[in-house]
Write a protein that binds this ligand. Structure first.
Ligand code: PRX
Length: 659
């Protein structure tokens, strides 16, 4: 574990502020202390939640709640059948809530659209008919590459409705990244838009799809038959007759009725690619019944959801897991009214988020610490200009939230009285695993706190012994849970090896360091592998290194995640170029070229904050790069122990280059 995070956590452990639930909140809270007792029998607990929260066209039998006979490949509610989209839409209409708003969508330029549950159901039925007309069948993969517009939600639900599998690719990813995800999943259809709005500008998406679908380096075509294009920016687009179709033309021609067929609980629902420790992203696979049960339960209990009254807003994009679980499936399964926003927080002004909270009277806000720290820097006078009194609960996700940011969030955004819940989970876990339950838990700023009911978490040492209070260790999950990943698409061995081999096939190794304090509260310490967390998004050092060495100028590259005040971590690269870089101006140019190259190869989120051109990299005698030492340099610290370096002089050479 990085020494610096251990030091930081020592300071954190002295955090003494405590916030017990307010009486009035506790009295009306969705969550109760009894949930923890019920959760001690996880199989029965989750069976009860699945029955209570979802509509099953064919109920599962109690004996088939969990099949763990072939770990780590779990099956939940295996003989049950349901339709995920029906659970998120039709049943709310049938229950008399068709007039309730499901989505308030706010576009970045200030345009907006709202959909009631009845309207959203109709849109999804039409889209399901359209997909069927295009030959998409149960089990087929559909890539979705869209900005955060209503059609993104509609597309995901339409794919789910016909039992197909979506693979949403974040709109900031490059053509190369999109193509590799299309190839890996053999997607038959891409749903995209002409473009979207970000930072006050229209950005094109369709040209990226066109580029992604060109024959690859070996001259091979992609598996995609059609590209459905939503008109958003009205920007010019090239058209491939026979392949490309306008969404609005096609959707006008289909029937508005569609009967939702039941699919088995284990029918795959989606693939979502996430970075790991190698250069190739992993297609994390989730299935239907178990996933929907846990996202619905956690969305209700962790956010204290009262669907008749609340207006919920998760600021995440649908391209990430938070956008799947807590923008689409959790809130809609629970019949919530939610806000989605296309753009960036500071466009056209730094108070945009708070203006949206005021406009829609948002009561529950779920955001990432990076955004909160950015707002902290801008100062409290910006949110103070808006009426935020509708807020009654705040959530945090994606990275550790430092106590200062936590308290600022509660005080400045929450008016100093409302609960803040810090939620720990991952793409692989599908749903929240560790969090306070508002109204029940006494809150501790900086700690993600306790496993949610029905979830078994431990912090262990390398030999799988539970650590003593306040000792650092590795976070593991020791009992299967309903929304757990069902595998890595096309690579079961990698699934086993990455998550289920360190401590045997029934213990999930999360890749995070953690510490449990004397009260049993869990504090997350960051990744223990070569995965970075930049603004709550996971990036792999190996992936960025491989993008760097793909540039003809680069001979060797090493990437580290360096602590960053705002984004948690930032990408810092050390590169040896092929030509000698005696001249500083040339090094500056090379650095700019390589930053742009990474953005072009992977996407702007992976663009390094710094690229340092060096003449050597620190290596052990066996040739392994010592990233720990590079992290010391990148964070401006005294360089640690260099005795295992093959050449102990290397670090002073690198430090001198940087001065
Ligand atoms: O390191 C943990 C961090 O984000 C990783 C998971 O990233 P991803 O799959 O992209 O999902 C992010 C949204 C759920 C974890 O391994 N992480 C996530 N939430 C927290 C966190 N670290 C500390 N505190 C959190 N609340």
């Amino acid at each position: 574990m990085a020494e610096n995070s251990a030091n930081n956590i020592d300071n954190l452990m002295h955090e003494a502020r405590r916030f017990p639930p307010a009486d009035a909140f506790a009295k009306a809270a969705v969550a109760t202390g009894e949930l923890y007792e019920q959760g001690e029998h996880p199989v029965e607990f989750w069976a009860a939640q699945a029955r209570e929260l979802l509509h099953w066209q064919k109920p599962f039998t109690p004996e088939r709640t969990l099949d763990w006979s072939e770990p780590p490949f779990a099956k939940w509610f295996d003989d049950g059948e349901l339709n995920v989209a029906y659970n998120c839409l039709d049943r709310h209409v049938l229950a008399g809530n068709g007039d309730r708003v499901a989505l308030h969508w706010e576009g970045e330029p200030g345009d907006s659209r709202s959909f009631t549950y009845a309207e959203l159901t109709t849109e999804v039925k039409k889209a399901a008919n359209l997909l069927t007309a295009l030959g998409v069948k149960q089990g087929d993969r559909v890539a979705i590459y869209l900005p955060l517009i209503p059609e993104a939600v509609i597309s995901m639900l339409a794919v789910a409705r016909i039992g197909a599998v979506h693979s949403v690719v974040f709109g900031g990813f490059s053509a190369e990244s999109l193509r590799s995800r299309i190839d890996d999943a053999s997607a038959v259809l891409v749903i995209t838009a002409d473009g979207g709005y970000r930072k006050g500008k229209a950005f094109p998406l369709k040209p990226t799809v066109d580029k992604a679908l060109e024959p690859n380096a070996d001259g091979e075509d992609s598996t995609v038959r059609n590209v459905l294009v939503v008109r958003r920016t009205e920007g010019e687009v090239d058209w491939h007759a026979g392949r490309d179709l306008w969404w609005h033309d096609e959707i006008a021609q289909v029937d508005t009725e569609h009967v939702a067929k039941a699919f088995p609980a284990e029918n795959p629902l989606f693939i979502l690619y996430t970075s790991g420790t190698t250069g190739k992203p992993k297609g994390i696979l989730h299935s239907s019944g178990g996933y929907l049960t846990q996202v619905a339960f956690t969305h209700k209990a962790v956010f204290d959801l009262k669907p008749e009254e609340d207006v919920y807003w998760s600021t995440a994009d649908v391209g990430w897991i938070t956008g799947h679980s807590y923008v689409v499936y959790g809130p809609l399964a629970n019949g919530a009214t939610e806000v989605i926003y296309e753009g960036t927080p500071d466009t056209p002004h730094a108070g945009r988020w708070w203006e949206i909270v005021q406009k829609y009277k948002v009561s529950i806000l779920y955001a990432a610490p990076t955004a909160i720290r950015t707002f902290m820097k801008l100062g409290r006078q910006i949110p103070k200009e808006f009426d935020l009194s509708s807020l009654r609960l705040l959530g945090s996700v994606g990275e550790p939230i430092n106590p200062e940011a936590w308290v600022w969030y509660r005080d400045v955004i929450g008016g100093g009285t409302i609960p803040v819940v810090d939620t720990w989970w991952q793409t692989e876990t599908g749903a929240i695993m560790i969090s306070a339950l508002p109204g029940v838990t006494t809150l501790k700023p900086g700690s993600a706190q306790v496993p949610i009911p029905g979830i078994a978490i431990d912090v262990v040492d390398d030999r799988f012994r539970s650590t003593e209070a306040d000792q650092g260790g590795l976070l593991v999950v020791t009992h299967p849970w309903p929304s757990m990943a069902r595998g890595i698409w096309g690579d079961p061995d990698r699934f086993v090896e990455t998550y289920w081999s360190k401590f045997g096939p029934t213990t999930y190794f999360a890749g995070d360091g953690a510490r449990r304090d004397k009260d049993g509260d869990i504090w997350l310490l960051g990744r223990v592998d070569d995965v970075m967390n930049v603004s709550g998004h996971r990036l792999s050092t190996a992936e960025i290194e491989s993008a760097l060495v793909s540039h003809p100028m680069v001979a060797e590259a090493a990437v580290v995640g360096a602590a960053d005040e705002t984004t948690g971590q930032a990408v810092v690269a050390f590169v040896i170029t092929r030509a000698s870089q005696a001249d500083a101006a040339a090094a500056d140019d090379a650095s700019a070229v390589l930053r742009a190259h990474v953005a072009e190869q992977i996407g702007a989120i992976a663009r390094p904050r710094e690229v340092h051109i060096v003449t050597e990299l620190p290596k052990t005698r066996s040739g392994k790069i010592m990233r720990r030492l590079l992290r010391d340099v990148a964070e401006g610290r005294e360089i640690g122990d260099t005795t295992t370096l093959a050449d102990t002089m290397v670090m002073s050479v690198i430090s001198n280059t940087l001065k």
